[in-house]
Design a protein around this ligand. Structure first.
Ligand code: TXA
Ligand code: MG
Length: 320
């Protein structure tokens, strides 16, 4: 039985409104992917340039085919292995996908999320005839992705309309955005690292990763992104008054505000964005982040930290 708030939210989507909803990665700002006016409002609300495409979310692997025009075998293998879950596949798009969703590109990003609220919302929307929910992260362009409904309200509360809905739900388990994999070439190419790691991808496909094609626009790949108001610096010794984000075993110097002390890289990912927001809420002007070393999800954490810091770092941990 689908709870009434989720039914109401699915109806709001079908009527062309915007809906923020939790996923296992971050909160998304969704609109009916087949309604150009709704999709245009997503760009407007985020302040996002029209040439940065949106991911289409569906409830089931079977719903990839109608959106795509020929899907590589390795992409199907990845879909079967990691959906529902924190992975987005870029495939050649079918005629069913609107230009406004893809920014006029010939490809589309598709994701089947696993968060129970997202799954129920997508199913209910599909029962009403919906064919995918276009959703970027529910933050203003260039800012930190929200991992709570309160963070969505802080980002977009003033801009959303009374008929739009912010749906609450369990906290995102992953905490950083999905791994984006370009599946239009001979081998999968990772455009944005995430918790589905290079090692997990090659274990499924049995072959090396492909090179990232030139000219593909991924807004998360701009040098400055995921940035709070505070200046983020990497791998420096924090000064009194600074905020500090670092693995638990690393000590907090006197006078420094510890914003997060995660025990593992998974916890690091899950708590990172809330810690950056907490810095802004506390009026902290400088945050030192100590990059976690190693492969796996640490790669994605370092990617986000470097973009949040916009290149301000003194020395680096293990390179990818
Ligand atoms: O975890 C996530 O992926 C979250 C949740 C809500 O699903 N969504 C998300 O969306 O992070 P967004 O729009 O904030 O980031 C998606 C990135 C953007 O940088 C966009 O430019 C890129 O994916 N993208 C989308 N479609 C693409 C395409 N066809 N080709 C290349 N890049 C694409
Ligand atoms: Mg985003």
């Amino acid at each position: 039985m689908i709870p009434e708030p989720i039914r109401r939210t699915a109806r709001a989507l079908a009527e062309g409104n915007l809906v923020a909803f939790p996923t296992e990665t971050v909160f998304g700002l969704g609109g009916d992917a087949s309604n150009p006016a709704a999709v245009a409002r997503i760009f407007e609300t985020k302040g996002r340039p029209a040439d940065h495409p949106l991911i289409v979310h569906v409830s089931d692997v079977e719903l990839l085919a109608p959106l795509a025009d020929g899907v590589a075998d390795y992409a199907l293998a990845l879909a079967r292995a990691f959906w529902p879950g924190p992975m987005t596949l870029i495939v050649r798009r079918s005629a069913a996908v609107h230009d406004v969703v893809t920014g006029g590109q010939s490809t589309v990003g598709v994701r089947v999320p696993s968060h129970p609220t997202a799954v129920q919302l997508l199913r209910q929307f599909e029962d009403l005839g919906g064919r995918g929910v276009a959703a970027p992260s529910a933050n203003r362009f260039g800012r930190v992705s929200p991992t709570t409904a309160d963070a969505v309200r802080a980002e977009l509360g003033d801009i959303l309309r009374p008929t739009d809905i912010i749906l609450d739900g369990e906290q995102p388990e992953v905490g950083i955005e999905s791994t984006i994999i370009d599946c239009t070439g001979p081998a999968p190419a990772v455009l944005r690292p995430g918790s589905i790691t290079d090692e997990m991808i090659t274990a499924v496909t049995g072959s090396a990763l492909g090179e990232r094609a030139a000219g593909i626009r991924v807004s998360g790949s701009l040098p400055s992104h995921y940035a709070p108001a505070a200046a983020v610096v990497l791998n420096e010794t924090p000064r009194p008054g600074d905020g500090l984000i670092a693995l638990r075993h690393l000590e907090t110097p006197a006078g420094v505000v510890r914003l997060a002390a995660p025990e593992s890289v998974d916890e690091f990912a899950r708590t990172l964005y809330a810690a950056l927001r907490a810095a802004d809420d506390a009026g902290i002007s400088r945050v030192v982040a100590l990059e976690p070393p190693g492969p796996g999800v640490a790669v994605a954490i370092r990617d986000r930290l470097r973009r949040a810091s916009n290149g301000r770092r003194s020395s680096s941990a293990t390179e990818r």
